[in-house]
Design a protein around this ligand. Structure first.
Ligand code: ZN
Length: 141
C-alpha cells in the first residue's frame, strides 16, 4: 500500500518533469540552434547518404527519366509489331498516318511509369492514342 502510493507519486512527478523539459526545449532558441547544427553536421559527415536521399527524392518528384530510350531500338526489339493490338507496324509510313509507329509507355508516365526500355513498346499511333483515351475514360472519377 505504502509502496504503490509512493510509486504513483513518483510517476506523476516524472511526467511533470518530462512536460517541463519539452516546453523548455520548444521555447529555447539555443536548443533549436543546437538541433540545426546537429543536422548540418550529419549532412557534412554523411555526404553520400545525403546525396542518395536527394536523388531518390528528386526521382520521386519528377517521375524520373531512368535512361535515354532510343525509339528505333525499341521498334527493332519489338520486331515492328504493335504491343497493343499485335499487328505489324509499317516503318515506311509517314506522320500523321494513324498506323505510324509510336513509342508507347506501358505504364503511362502520368501514372508513375518510368521512361525506360522496360516500360516502353512499339505501338501504332492510333492504338497509343486509343489506349490513352481508354485510360482516361476508365480512370476518370
Ligand atoms: Zn496497334
Amino acid at each position: 500500500m505504502e509502496y504503490s502510493r509512493q510509486y504513483l507519486r513518483s510517476e506523476k512527478s516524472r511526467e511533470r518533469h518530462r512536460g517541463y523539459d519539452r516546453d523548455r526545449y520548444a521555447n529555447n532558441p539555443e536548443r533549436r540552434e543546437y538541433n540545426l547544427a546537429l543536422a548540418k553536421k550529419f549532412r557534412q559527415e554523411n555526404p553520400d547518404k545525403m546525396s542518395d536521399y536527394v536523388k531518390k527524392r528528386r526521382a520521386k518528384v519528377t517521375q524520373v527519366t531512368v535512361e535515354d530510350v532510343d525509339s528505333q531500338t525499341v521498334y527493332e526489339r519489338d520486331n515492328w509489331t504493335c504491343g497493343i493490338c499485335g499487328e505489324p507496324v509499317d516503318r515506311l509510313l509517314k506522320w500523321p498516318h494513324e498506323q505510324y509507329p509510336s513509342l508507347d509507355h506501358i505504364t503511362p508516365i502520368s501514372k508513375g511509369g518510368e521512361h525506360s526500355y522496360a516500360n516502353t513498346q512499339l505501338a501504332h499511333l492510333v492504338c497509343n492514342m486509343r489506349k490513352g483515351a481508354r485510360l482516361d475514360l476508365t480512370e476518370a472519377p
